[in-house]
Design a protein around this ligand. Sequence first.
Ligand SMILES: Nc1ncnc2c1ncn2[C@@H]1O[C@H](COP(=O)(O)OP(=O)(O)OP(=O)(O)O)[C@@H](O)[C@H]1O
Length: 254
Amino acid sequence: MALLELKELNKSYNSEVQVLKNVEFTVNTGEFVSIIGPSGAGKSTLLRCINRMVDIEPGSVYFDGQDVGAQSKKELRKLRTNIGMIFQHYNLVPRLTVIENVLHGRFGYKSTLQGILGRFTEQEKQNAFDLLEKLGIAEHAYKRCDQLSGGQQQRVGICRALIQEPKLILCDEPIASLDPNSSKIIMDHLKKISEDLGITCIVNLHQVEVAKDYASRIIGLKQGEVVFDGPSPLLSIDKIEHIYGMESKELITV
Ligand SMILES: Nc1ncnc2c1ncn2[C@@H]1O[C@H](COP(=O)(O)OP(=O)(O)OP(=O)(O)O)[C@@H](O)[C@H]1O
């Protein structure tokens, strides 16, 4: 079943350069999709349109049967509880503890006052701890986030997304700041989450080989247009060259 549907999606910032041009695709529940493309192709903008961190006119995004562009502020807040976000620079609060950062994923379910006062139920705290255990970082639960390595911080980011109980996780360059070993740990976790929990994942990646290894489907963006959309094994060297142009020489290792 289609969880996400993009129809003739266009985007320009300040009515200047058109960043996304008639982007159209659907993503089914449980799919693990990677978006690739050169720097500036519009990958981050695409993810930001999906949860309406930026306005999406003209064009439409349907998530779980709802027109994302037509949601009121309150409806959008509710809809966003179903969409987790993972960022390149983790977007954690450095001075707060690991478990507090994970619990921030519950903010969408709270009143503003409950959020400010940090009122979380015992069940929510237990769930946060269980998730940290699952991601192998429970021993750091009460440390400040800025005492953790990059890879560990990204695992906190994953827990924060999971505690939302999302249907979709959007990952914007989740491994761009990590060494190869930490990158593998993060990608393995994302893949496992998608397989075990049936959560749909859309992952922006710079590394074509990583996209091919982990994603079942790849969408290639070039100057805001979808120029490839298909199963990962069909992403041939020719297709990579088409997506990346001159840059492709540095990317193709096979
Ligand atoms: N807030 C903004 N205001 C104006 N222009 C923006 C804004 N955000 C992005 N852009 C422009 O939109 C284009 C696409 O940027 P975007 O970050 O979506 O690409 P990307 O494919 O994710 O690139 P990268 O891989 O380098 O992160 C770029 O030309 C960028 O300068």
